[in-house]
Design a protein around this ligand. Structure first.
Ligand code: NAI
Length: 318
């Protein structure tokens, strides 16, 4: 059966163009009522214009869909959610997508370049999501998307500000997934790759044209559907391909002995072992991650009696 969003109210931030526009059109086509938010400024965060959001609302309405515009910056989180409540009476889904770029090599990065990127991407997503949170908790349904980036995951020249803010959003998503879980409020992150006005300055034109936003939107729709139980996931998506990412941790090595000081030389001498990903583990919770570290205390105390693998020790200790 096809996935319907009938009865659902969706806010897509930065939906006046690029990926956000595609999400808004796709949700509306499947029956959702959509708040099309866009400040309508330039790619660096300057200016504002209602035309961008209006145009997408017109497109949706022309196809018989339900949409209203909101022209506030995501820094006015409450106002965006109020538009959803005023127009449609509820809020079910928030797609944090609005974004700008202020690339600069690190030595030239100004306070303004740093602050504006954090204000729009990280704080904006916080403010919009916080405004929706209680409504979602109370109704025991919510789906939130954070738009992170490969620049944050892998690093990218000239993007210290953007990388930091984008991985900040991933950190926020990880904790929202924990806090929202029992209320059926799920939060997932995507790192998209698509042609848009943000990428046209760094990609050749044929790639901008080929990497269509419509090859990203179906993942966002699935993650936001009530049938989807995914929570706290991170996905790279582009060109019609979707992959999931997770943390990997080496088995590691204990470089300390009972009643002996821990030294940097011991760290150096075991460096290969510390960095060896053979039989790596994949912790998924903070409890799991911390438990294996704490269990090292037990192992050092009972020196020589158990394996030097903290994960195995954790199993013994628990
Ligand atoms: P885009 O520039 O076409 O879309 C971003 C939209 O956000 C614009 O319409 C802009 O007016 C709006 N916006 C900017 N500041 C705003 C504010 N303060 N309040 C409300 N709206 C605001 O760019 P694109 O590529 O569609 O980007 C969407 C998201 O995806 C961004 O968060 C971007 O960082 C992220 N992203 C995109 C990638 C790509 O390959 N296109 C790669 C990785 C991340």
């Amino acid at each position: 059966m096809s996935l319907s969003f009938e009865g659902r109210v969706v806010l897509v931030t930065g939906a006046g163009g690029g990926l956000g526009r595609e999400y808004a059109l796709a949700f509306a086509e499947r029956g959702a009522s959509v708040v099309v938010n866009d400040l309508g400024g330039d790619t660096k965060g300057g200016g504002k214009n209602s035309a961008a959001a209006d145009k997408v609302v017109e497109e949706i309405r022309a196809k018989g869909g339900k949409a209203v515009a909101n022209y506030d910056s995501v820094e006015e989180g409450e106002k965006l959610i109020q538009t959803a409540l005023d127009a449609f009476g509820r809020i079910d889904i928030v797609v944090n997508n609005a974004g700008i770029l202020r690339d600069q090599s690190f030595a030239r990065m100004s306070d303004l370049d740093w602050d504006l990127i954090h204000r729009i991407h990280l704080k904006g997503s916080f403010l919009v999501t916080r405004a929706a949170w209680t409504h979602m908790k109370n109704q025991k349904f919510g789906r939130i998307i954070m738009t992170t980036s490969a620049a944050g995951i892998y690093g990218n020249f000239g993007q210290t500000n953007y990388s930091a803010a984008k991985l900040g959003m991933l950190g926020m998503a990880n904790t929202l997934a924990v806090e929202g879980h029992k209320y059926n409020v799920h939060c997932n992150s995507i790192a998209p790759l698509a042609g848009s006005r943000l990428t046209e300055s760094v990609m050749p034109p044929d790639l901008v044209a080929s990497l269509k936003p419509e090859y990203v939107a179906p993942l966002v729709l699935w993650l936001c559907h009530d049938q989807c139980q995914e929570n706290g996931g991170l996905f790279e998506v582009g060109a019609g391909w979707i992959g999931k990412l997770r943390w990997e941790r080496s088995q590691g090595h204990i470089v300390r002995q009972k009643n002996q000081p821990m030294t940097p030389e011991a760290v150096r001498d075991h460096w290969d072992k510390i960095c060896d990903f053979t039989d790596a583990t994949k912790p998924t919770t903070i409890r799991e991650a911390a438990q294996s570290v704490v269990s090292v205390l037990f192992q050092v105390e009972s020196e020589g009696e158990v394996s030097s693998n903290p994960t195995a020790v954790a199993a013994l200790a628990s």
